[in-house]
Design a binder for this molecule. Structure first.
Ligand code: URA
Length: 202
């Protein structure tokens, strides 16, 4: 739930979104329609980090509004009982790579201060990374998602749960979806434990 106490972080995020909206730090600025900064509840204890905007996201300026996002929303609702009001969601790169190609290392690096700020301000207890790019960046590893998923990692005083990108689940079918579901359940259990720990303390 968002309260008056969250106003400074909401303001700070809006300030950074404004800076990002005119960003020209990398070549992705040339082809974009909109910068897709992020959306959701800035006071949430759960944050998802994807790869980069696709065509729909570029058009609407919002993350995960295309087919991948619809699948993600469904899985998160079914496995965690949560909707967009319950979490914050952003991408590794904020502008659409042309033709949906992979973001390049220098583009990821140029964009990373925006994600860094979002993580700092939202300060979630659990970060779920969707796919290779977000996972490799945040865990500072070159290992791939198939190897990394299936467990949680300590991250910024909380936990990071890597899972597949929903586009991989759309392509890969039942087994990938089942593994994503299991990862989301893992994230839910960690959140539940963190919340009950906090409730006991106060
Ligand atoms: N894929 C992503 O990684 N992010 C989006 O916002 C949409 C599709």
């Amino acid at each position: 739930m968002q309260t008056g106490r969250d106003a400074p972080k909401v303001g700070a995020l809006a300030e950074i979104a404004k800076v990002a909206s005119t960003c020209t730090l990398c070549r992705l600025a040339n082809g974009r329609t909109n910068v897709v900064f992020g959306m959701g509840n800035p006071a949430a204890d759960l944050m998802f980090v994807g790869e980069g905007p696709g065509e729909q996201e570029d058009r609407q300026g919002l993350p995960f509004v295309g087919r991948s996002g619809q699948l993600l929303d469904r899985l998160v609702l079914e496995e965690m009982g949560l909707t967009r009001q319950d979490f914050y969601i952003a991408n590794t790169v904020k502008c659409r790579p042309p033709g949906n190609r992979d973001p390049l290392p220098d583009e990821i690096e140029a964009c990373s201060p925006y994600l860094e700020k979002q993580l700092e301000l939202v300060n979630p207890r659990v970060v779920v990374t969707l796919g290779n790019f977000a996972t490799k960046l945040l865990l500072a590893t070159t290992d791939g998602i198939s190897r990394l998923r299936g467990r949680a990692y300590p991250y910024r005083g909380g936990q990071l749960v890597p899972t597949f990108h929903p586009a991989a689940a759309l392509r890969g079918g039942g087994q990938v979806v089942a593994q994503m579901r299991a990862d989301l359940v893992r994230a839910k259990e960690i959140l539940g434990a963190a919340r009950s720990g906090r409730a006991q303390k106060s």
